[in-house]
Design a protein around this ligand. Sequence first.
Ligand code: IPM
Ligand code: MG
Length: 356
Amino acid sequence: MKLNIAVLAGDGIGPEIMEQAIRVTKVVCQKFGHELITRTALVGAVAIDEVGNPYPDETHNLCMNSDAVLFGAIGHPRYDNDPSAKVRPEQGLLAMRKKLGLYANIRPVTIFESLLDKSPLKRDRVEGVDFVAIRELTGGIYFGQPQGRSEDGNTAFDSSVYTRLEVERILELAFQFAMKRSKRLTVVDKANVLATSRLWRQVAKEMEPHFPEVVVDYMFVDNAAMQIIQWPKKFDVMVTENMFGDILTDEASVITGSMGLLPSASIGTHTSVFEPIHGSYPQAAGKNIANPCATILSAAMMFEYAFSLMEEGALIRKAVEAAIVAGAVTEDLCEDKSKALSTSGVGDWIVDYLSK
Ligand code: IPM
Ligand code: MG
């Protein structure tokens, strides 16, 4: 198969972790006889520096003309500390999501047995956790208009807006996920307060009869935040709107004890994007210490979701798991920091494993 991939490394540790993911993708392609074409483009703060736009047209065109996008990270402290900055790296990410129609962000939350003790939760709570969080990604309060300030600058407003179509397509995907898994779906909302949530709940209820085998549970977001900590095993497929999903998926990721390990897929109407869920970690940029595994696992998701190459994806996951078990990990996962491998060291180990 021919794999035409756009590589958007972005900011901070993005380039370092991406390098390892590409190496891994290359070996897997060699092993299975696929032809790999990678083309790079600018995104984020580096794109602002070079061309004044965090998601330049050229980058968008490349994404549109590729089979999949591998994405590193976005963000720079220069902008975090400057609320008056007119152009921000994060706008690039939001623009990419909107323009590629990436309405669904899929984050599997799974536990690595060998890392259970890293979890901030007690072992019995977290052992066996395995769920998928599906976050709506192109609607809600992150995109709704009007957004802004009053003329005197003393009032600010954001609008949360959802149309039936936006709600239907994400719920449809969530029901399908539930059908493929244990047929349990949790719809997270704030229907006791928000009009958008009431639309979500209404649409979900209307869809229930189309998926008679799926048991649907409706949960308020504040309760969901609590349950993720108290008894995360109760979840199998969770679906929610953009901002709730942003918050809950970060919460869900830390209970695994290894945020540096979690990948995600964003899918929608055009090319899908695969990215680690962690950020640009600017303190570590250029030091060759960041954990490349979430990006490598994002490449695994890419094989599976964008190309239906399941064996290839599974092999990458197996290699990452083997590296962790063997202690071939970066300092974030190492008790004894002197034994930690570098970013490229972990890449070497995994590439070696895959080449055997
Ligand atoms: C994420 C990120 C982004 C978001 C930021 C960078 C805009 O935190 O993918 O969760 O919150 O949507
Ligand atoms: Mg976020």
